[in-house]
Design a protein around this ligand. Structure first.
Ligand SMILES: [Zn+2]
Ligand SMILES: [Zn+2]
Length: 361
């Protein structure tokens, strides 16, 4: 099958012919329909997250089941599915406590039980990111990395439920458990930020302040439910948010993964407020807030990993919100591209041009 491989850090992906292993126990073979380009994929391209090369990226993915392993009764050929990188075992301490997104076996489940990869390029093993590898015509995944979605959900936009949407809306619903009437700031209006904004709208936030360095993104944010916009670049955005809210927000969300924007988000919170870091940062990123900022201000900082999701519950729930007209998905997609155009999609992301490019296979 054709797959877009990363063979060297900081180079273009190359479309190559790769082979997929025979379907094994616990596995599901999926014909890929769509896969979104996520900032985390870009981090891998740029070598900011650890990996083994060659890598098959793509983890925001949808498709149709072609075949299932002998012991898999959860899926059948023809099922429409969305993937999520949170493979889980349902047996470890995290899983039995309901935190499948923190499963201790997650990485092991992304490979075969013997540690081998499901994808090969010639005689090389291909690192299948998230155990998915959505930038390819087919995907052989562990059943715990997939969930069925309702028939009415278009799969090109449905793919986004698996990362950007579940990370953003999940940060609000699952991690922050935002109360109606809360005041919120969202720093960084990209794929995750827009979903934090619409999550906050769905949760009944009274005031939702979008912060970005681009005016067009603030306008897009308003269409997703922000009530105010603060344009960054050369101004003290934290001071502006504190002024706008007469003392700071209850919850500030950082959706990019930079130290500077995380520090800004923290300084936007009122006493007793909470900061949620939802953007994946480069390895080694640290922050400015001090112990007494936390203790004397009664503030907290939370890492939000993938929206603290329980994705087999959350993705169908989000799909139904979309089908009810309450969750925006179509508006998140700014470009549909072919697999051959994938490098242009990453260039656009680096330029900050788009909400989301989606590869449609
Ligand atoms: Zn992602
Ligand atoms: Zn587990």
């Amino acid at each position: 099958m054709r797959a877009a491989l990363l063979r060297e850090i900081n180079t273009n992906l190359i479309i190559e012919d790769v082979s997929v292993a025979e379907i094994g126990p616990g596995e599901v073979l999926v014909r890929t329909v769509a896969c979104g380009l996520c900032h985390s994929d870009l981090h891998f391209v740029e070598g900011k997250l650890p990996q083994k090369l060659p890598t098959l990226l793509g983890h925001e993915v949808s498709g149709v089941v072609e075949a299932v392993g002998v012991d898999v009764d959860e899926f059948a050929p023809g099922d429409r599915v969305v993937g999520c990188l949170n493979t889980h075992c349902f047996q470890c301490r995290q899983c039995v406590e309901g935190r499948t997104h923190l499963c201790e076996m997650r990485l092991a489940l992304q490979k075969r039980p013997d540690g081998s990869s499901r994808i090969r390029f010639g005689d090389e093993e291909v690192f299948q990111l998230a155990g998915l590898g959505g930038f390819a015509e087919m995907m052989l995944a562990h059943r715990s990395g997939l969930t069925r979605v309702p028939d009415g959900l278009p799969l090109d936009v449905g793919a986004l439920l698996g990362c950007a949407v579940i990370t953003g809306v999940g940060a609000v619903f699952n991690t922050a458990r935002l109360r109606a009437g809360s005041t919120v700031a969202v720093v960084g209006v990209g794929g995750i930020g827009l979903n934090i904004i619409q999550g906050a709208r769905l949760a009944g936030a009274e005031r939702i302040i979008a912060v970005d360095v681009r005016q067009d993104k603030l306008e897009l944010a308003a269409s997703f439910g922000s009530t105010d916009g603060v344009l960054g670049g050369g101004v003290d955005v934290a001071a502006e948010v504190v002024e706008l809210t007469k003392g700071g927000v209850d919850a500030a969300f950082e959706a990019i993964g930079f130290a500077e924007t995380a520090n800004q988000a923290f300084r936007m919170t009122r006493r007793g407020g909470a900061t949620y870091l939802a953007g994946v940062s480069a390895t080694g990123t640290g922050y400015d807030f001090t112990g007494n900022d936390l203790v004397l201000g009664g503030r907290s900082v939370h890492g939000v990993y993938m929206g603290s999701n329980f994705f087999k519950r959350d993705i169908p729930m989000l799909a139904n919100l979309y089908l009810q007209g309450r969750l925006k998905l179509d508006e998140l997609v700014s470009a549909r591209i072919s697999l051959n155009e994938i490098n242009d999609g990453f260039s656009a992301m680096k330029n900050g041009d788009v909400a989301r490019s989606v590869v449609v296979l």
